[in-house]
Design a protein around this ligand. Structure first.
Ligand SMILES: [Zn+2]
Length: 258
């Protein structure tokens, strides 16, 4: 499902901790588009936004890659339009190891968040006398790593939390686990679509101002999250249909051997 994006002559290639990293040109375009409103304040804010996303996704994927290396296989990191991938050279055997690999991405982000916060507590590089761009870089590093970490932990396939949920469901329910984890994924994704649409309507004045009363740390849904989870809900639904088809057609395949 997560297909590696094609190689292009415009790929940026380098190594971090000996892991090969490839940045697809769409990575820059998609993130610049996502932050294009920042151009109204100044191009330096847009550049800071793209840099923050680049560092944050790279650190997230490095978390997965380091966990892969810990379990005996190195990985290649690819950054593309919809985020990042850590592609291992070989599969990791062992359910708990695969769960650790999945969790390592979001937790690398939380660690970065802690380092940014801790270094500012110690040296106050983003304080009242800092420039607006530095304050923006600080705020968005914290925000992006916290929020994306939590979003990635949702039990929605193919996010990291969805992988963990599938491993756990198969452990507890065996063959039925795959289907149960997809049902959870479908349900959660639909709930997030509903929440996102509700937030957007509420902010456009159709609601009772519910989102204004939420604490500032509760993320509100946007048009983007509605589309993202809509696509993920549809993917889970399709996978669910496929599983149900093989379940019901299993016996029909070779009736004479029953
Ligand atoms: Zn991840």
């Amino acid at each position: 499902m997560l297909v590696e994006p094609e190689r292009t002559p415009y790929d940026l290639r380098f190594r971090v901790l000996r892991f090969p990293v490839r940045v697809h040109p769409w990575f820059w375009i998609a993130n610049a588009l996502m932050g294009s409103r920042l151009l109204d304040i100044g191009p330096e804010f847009l550049l800071t936004w793209v840099a923050v996303v680049f560092v944050s996704i790279l650190v997230h994927e490095l978390g997965h890659a380091i966990a892969f290396r810990l379990f005996g296989t190195d990985a290649e990191i690819v950054l593309y339009a919809f985020g990042g991938l850590a592609i291992p050279w070989a599969t990791v055997s062992g359910r708990w190891r695969r769960i650790i690999v999945s969790l390592a991405g979001p937790f690398a982000g939380f660690l970065l968040c802690g380092l940014v916060y801790g270094s500012n507590q110690a040296f106050e590089w983003a304080g009242p006398r800092s420039s607006l761009v530095v304050l923006y870089a600080y705020g968005s590093l914290i925000f992006v790593n916290l929020i994306w970490g939590f979003v990635n932990l949702l039990p929605v396939f193919p996010l990291d939390g969805g992988q963990v949920s599938r491993e756990l469901c198969i452990k507890f329910w065996g063959r039925r686990g795959q289907r149960i984890s997809l049902q959870i994924s479908f349900g959660c994704a639909l709930l997030l679509v509903a929440y996102s649409i509700f937030c957007v309507m509420d902010q456009r004045g159709a609601g009772a101002g519910f989102t204004d009363q939420l604490p500032s740390w509760v993320p509100t849904g946007t048009v983007y999250t509605a589309i993202l989870f809509g696509v993920l809900a549809y993917q889970s639904y399709q996978l669910l249909q496929r599983i149900e088809w093989t379940d019901t057609h299993w016996d029909d395949r070779v009736p004479w051997e029953r």
